[in-house]
Design a binder for this molecule. Sequence first.
Ligand code: TMP
Length: 209
Amino acid sequence: MRGVFISLEGGEGAGKSTLLAGLRDHLVGQGIDLVQTREPGGTPLGEALRAILLDPTMRGMSAESELLMMFASRAQLVRECIAPALAAGRWVLCDRFADASYAYQGGGRGQPMERIAALEAWACAGIAPDLTLLLDLPVADGRARAAGRGAADRIEGEADAFFERVRKAYRARAMAEPVRFRVLDASGTPEQVLAEAIAAVTPLLERDR
Ligand code: TMP
């Protein structure tokens, strides 16, 4: 039986890392054979692309180059990691997936959504998450939480207006696909957010048994 693919999305300071760790522990505790990975990255090629994509000195990067590198990383991750894991019946927990390109490159950078959809169809080869957890938080709250984490990377250095467009695009995607998405109120405590995430994955655990 094909495994289950879960992606986790959200803006800066929304508590994605904390939730990932809690959710991973929960799933492993339930006896799930879990592969955890991330985007951009997750493969040797993807991690090399991630270093370029987030390097603050790469200021001249065009929106088109950025979009193509995000999908180059994704095409590799799908083929090298996600598709084989799902085919083997394993679960995949991915820190961001294609929705991030619609939000950041589409919403944030203004790249046409149809172009992103065409790239997705080609690069992802029919692989899409069964469940996407979106950690939603007002931009100012996320930025306040993330302040003091050290130097901002190339994308974190963008202005608030960019992150407002990212949030709007994420929320629009969640509205358009209410079955796949679960929007989590990231202003809650880490325990509350984890409890909501566990409630969202429980039907998938039952389906898997
Ligand atoms: P992270 O900080 O959650 O690890 O994500 C890395 C950054 O890359 C984050 O600012 C979001 C951005 N990103 C995109 O712009 N497009 C994408 O497709 C992905 C996966 C991430």
